[in-house]
Structure formats: C-alpha cells, structure tokens
Design a protein around this ligand. Sequence first.
Ligand code: FES
Length: 119
Amino acid sequence: MVDATELCALEEIPDGGAKSLELALDGERLALVAVRRGSEAWLYRNRCPHFSVPLDFRSGEFCTYGRQWLMCAHHSAMFRFEDGLCVDGPCTGAHLQAQPFRLEEGRLWLLTAAANADF
Ligand code: FES
C-alpha cells in the first residue's frame, strides 16, 4: 500500500527555484529538495551523488540557473530539473535520487510505502 505525505503547496516552491523539505519518516530524517518550473515540479533527495552531501551549503539556500538546472553548492555540479541528471561537473552522468511524488490540486505529496511520517 502506498501512503501519501503532504509536503507543501506548489506556490511555496519558488518558480524556477528550489525548496528544502525535511521530514521524519519511520524515525529517520529525510532531506528532500523540490524544484519547480511553472506548474511542474520534481522531487529529489537532497544529496549530491558526487560526495553524498546536501546540495545546499546553507540549509535551504539553493542555486538554480535558467529555470532548468539545480547546482550543487560544493563543486558546482549541474542537475537538470526534470530528471536529476548531472549535465556538467564532477559527477556528469550521475543522477539525483528521484522520490515518488504526486502533484494534486496545487499541493505536493510524497508517496511512500511507510505508514508513519511526521514533520
Ligand atoms: S559534492 Fe556536489 S559537486 Fe561535489
């Protein structure tokens, strides 16, 4: 069975930008980042595939470019919004870890198999 955990409203994600989302899931902290372009959004783990560290240097402060790319603050890897592919930088060809989500009536939901989620 799939559970849905409400994360935020689409409008809380800056258009062309990114938003940090953190929650506790089954007792473990889950750090996510949502990126948005207009009415579309995508959801990933906030973890760079280069050194497995958060993509933001200061919590919640992300660099995005041209409404298309999310940049890791550490060594400037550039990830495409729509599929998390690193198109430039030290981990070119790697992907951010996509998280299953649903966008419904202007709100973003994380889809999980777990039953207990708390913010
Ligand atoms: S840790 Fe992200 S590019 Fe190196």
